[in-house]
Design a protein. Structure first.
Length: 359
């Protein structure tokens, strides 16, 4: 692919990218909402929000394909951040600007709008298709409207300083070390590093909740529908998790079908409500995979303790509660103890499937 020139203000642009602070961070619902809308609005299989660093285009949100990053030199987004115009590729296979890119046979059609932060073009909202398409003025206006929504989100930091610090600690070429490729959540190592960092920065009164979430009957799903269906269930479960937690709380995948949510400054009633919201959101609607409709439920155990205490003890308590949730029929929430700050029973309704099969 012919190398696009760098703008004369590249140093200022990269400084703005660093100030945004989102390179190397996992997906967030506020950006996923925009890319899902882009897919539906334009009826395309792929949509993404990229942050364009010095070497890497980091996919902050991606719909319709699995990737965390791409090399900037091979990315259409490199061209897109050079000026304010929409970068349109109607057929990448014949477009001399990108025909020899590694994406030319998958992102055959591409339309990307630059995203600005503090007047600098720091990223891209883009859509793509596996076949050639036209892109008229009305479509361009609609994509720019969505880009304006994404730019609004760039103005606000939603992640905790602990999470942002972890992302900043790595060089661009090492950013994927912290994020699970399949689910776009923090991976096991990263979420435990975040937990330890929260412990070290906590004062004597701060509290931390650990919620362990286990997808019910995941082995049965894999055995019945195959591993690609299982992967789709995990992606959907992760997306629903992101939509169910507070801005600033951390969520990671710590095992095959097990997730961990860390709730800082945890109030007992708020944690109980969050756990039930996660359970209810996971349960509906079923996941569509090809011709199959796959029921998704989860079991949740949680514990609340002093944020300054060792995280291992808190996780053991949450794991005991999770075991009880699974033993008591699954698709339910169990706290480790009833916290004295809660003067009412947990408001969750146990919804049992007709057939319970051990996984």
């Amino acid at each position: 692919m012919p190398e696009a020139a760098y703008a004369a203000t590249e140093d200022q642009r990269l400084a703005a990218v660093r100030r945004v602070g989102l390179l190397g961070t996992p997906a967030e619902e506020r950006f996923d909402r925009i890319t899902r809308l882009a897919r539906r609005l334009f009826d395309v299989p792929m949509a993404a929000i990229d942050l364009v660093g010095e070497k890497v285009a980091w996919l902050k949100s991606a719909q319709g394909f699995d990737a965390l990053e791409g090399m900037r030199c091979d990315s259409y987004c490199h061209h897109t951040v050079l000026d304010d115009e929409t970068f349109i590729v109607r057929d990448a296979r014949t477009d001399p600007r990108v025909h020899d890119s590694g994406f030319a046979n998958t992102w055959v059609f591409y339309a990307g709008v630059p995203l600005r932060f503090e007047r600098e073009r720091v990223g891209v909202l883009c859509i793509g298709d596996t076949k050639p398409r036209d892109f008229d003025t009305d479509a361009d206006c609609s994509l720019r409207d969505l880009a304006a929504m994404a730019e609004q989100e760039l103005q606000f930091t939603r992640m905790s300083e602990t999470q942002l610090a972890l992302a900043r600690a790595n060089d661009e070429l090492q950013m994927t070390a912290n994020v699970d490729v399949l689910t776009r959540l923090w991976n096991r190592r990263a979420i435990f590093e975040i937990a330890e960092a929260e412990r070290l920065r906590a004062n004597g009164t701060a509290r931390l909740a650990a919620l362990l979430i286990d997808v019910d009957h995941f082995k049965l799903i894999n055995d019945t529908y195959g591993h690609p269906a299982g992967d789709e269930v995990l992606r959907a479960s992760a997306q629903r998790l992101r939509a169910s937690i507070r801005a600033g709380d951390a969520v990671g995948r710590i095992g095959g079908e097990e997730f961990l949510v860390l709730v800082t400054d945890a109030q007992s009633e708020e944690v109980a409500d969050m756990a039930e919201r996660i359970r209810a959101t996971q349960a509906m609607p079923p996941i569509q995979f090809g011709q199959h409709s796959i029921a998704l439920t989860c079991s949740i155990g949680y514990a609340i303790g002093a944020a300054s205490d060792p995280i291992d003890g808190l996780l053991r308590l949450a794991d005991q509660a999770l075991y009880r949730a699974k033993s008591n029929g699954r698709n339910r929430v169990e706290p480790h103890t009833v916290d004295p700050g809660v003067h009412r029973p947990l408001r969750h309704r146990v919804v049992r499937r007709k057939k319970e099969v051990e996984s």
